[in-house]
Design a binder for this molecule. Structure first.
Ligand code: NAD
Length: 256
């Protein structure tokens, strides 16, 4: 699996899954732009990856910031070959407890961010006649979960957006897929465990063993490396046949 000089943008590249993807892509010969609202984190990660890689300040909910960020990538590297729309947050509450502003924020980051970053890279990909877009979905793109309404709704929405871009972009050489991980121990999930325990009235251990690992075949968390390997497989896939798909990486938590 090689990226051989391909120019890759990874949003949410400063932490967790995005950082692991950036490392795998760099290791496979890609030139990586780590785009994140946390510019210090992105800069530290880019420095660690080496001189072929850059950090880009980007709030994926801000259309101007997204356009500026993609312009910077194109000015620096000359184009964009791979977009991984991965930036995300989580909030654990019941539907009736969510404020509308909280709902909008989560939808804006996950679904709006995927739309805005795709909108910014697609003209470049169409011009060059090739490109790959990867949305970071979740098992919650395919299955609901209590306490995460806007997250689940946004992750389901990514399937619709990815399939639409797959239809529009297929004849122009652009493939679009959704990667759907199970539970991965990143800052996003570490924060969620106590909140979920409180809301469900169970212990943190029960959240981990029953909610998160209960349906896995080997009682294992999915790792950032598992997700990054799959992202690399999808990004480096050599033909246009693999498009419009959702690929689940969850130790069997969800089987399709
Ligand atoms: P994380 O908290 O480790 O990383 C999220 C990154 O997104 C951070 O660097 C953060 O600064 C960045 N970010 C947040 N808001 C942003 C914004 N508005 N603009 C730009 N960057 C922003 O979390 P993670 O677990 O690595 O999550 C990455 C993605 O993977 C998310 O889309 C998440 O929904 C998805 N995912 C995570 C899991 C899991 O179990 N951890 C499972 C399935 C899917």
């Amino acid at each position: 699996m090689t990226l051989n000089g391909k120019i890759c943008v990874v949003t949410g590249g400063a932490s967790g899954i995005g950082l692991a993807i950036a490392k795998h892509f760099a290791g496979a010969g890609g030139k990586v732009a780590l785009a994140d609202i946390d510019i210090e984190g992105a800069e530290a990660a880019a420095d660690e990856l080496g001189q072929d890689h850059i950090a880009v300040e980007m709030d994926v909910t801000d259309p101007d910031a997204v356009q500026r960020g993609i312009d910077k990538v194109v000015d620096t590297f000359g184009g964009v070959d791979v977009l991984v729309s991965n930036a995300g947050v989580q909030m654990v509450k019941r539907v009736e407890e969510f404020e509308y502003a909280e709902w909008n924020k989560i939808i804006a980051i996950h679904l709006g961010g995927a739309f805005l970053t795709s909108k910014a890279v697609l003209p470049h990909m169409y011009r060059q006649g090739s490109g790959t877009i990867l949305f970071m979905g979740s098992v919650h793109s395919l299955e609901a979960s209590a306490l995460k309404a806007p997250y689940v709704a946004a992750k389901h929405g990514l399937l619709g957006l990815a399939r639409t871009i797959a239809k529009e972009g297929g004849s122009k050489g652009v493939r679009t897929n959704v990667l759907c991980p199970g539970f991965v121990k990143t800052p996003l999930v570490e924060k969620q465990i106590p909140e979920q325990a409180k809301d469900l009235g169970i212990s943190e251990e029960e959240v981990i063993n029953e909610v998160m690992l209960g349906e896995t075949v080997d009682k294992e968390f999915t790792t950032v490396e598992d997700v990054a390997q799959t992202a690399l497989f999808l990004a480096s896939f050599p033909t246009n046949a693999l498009t419009g798909q959702s690929i689940v990486v969850s130790h069997g938590w969800r089987m399709d």
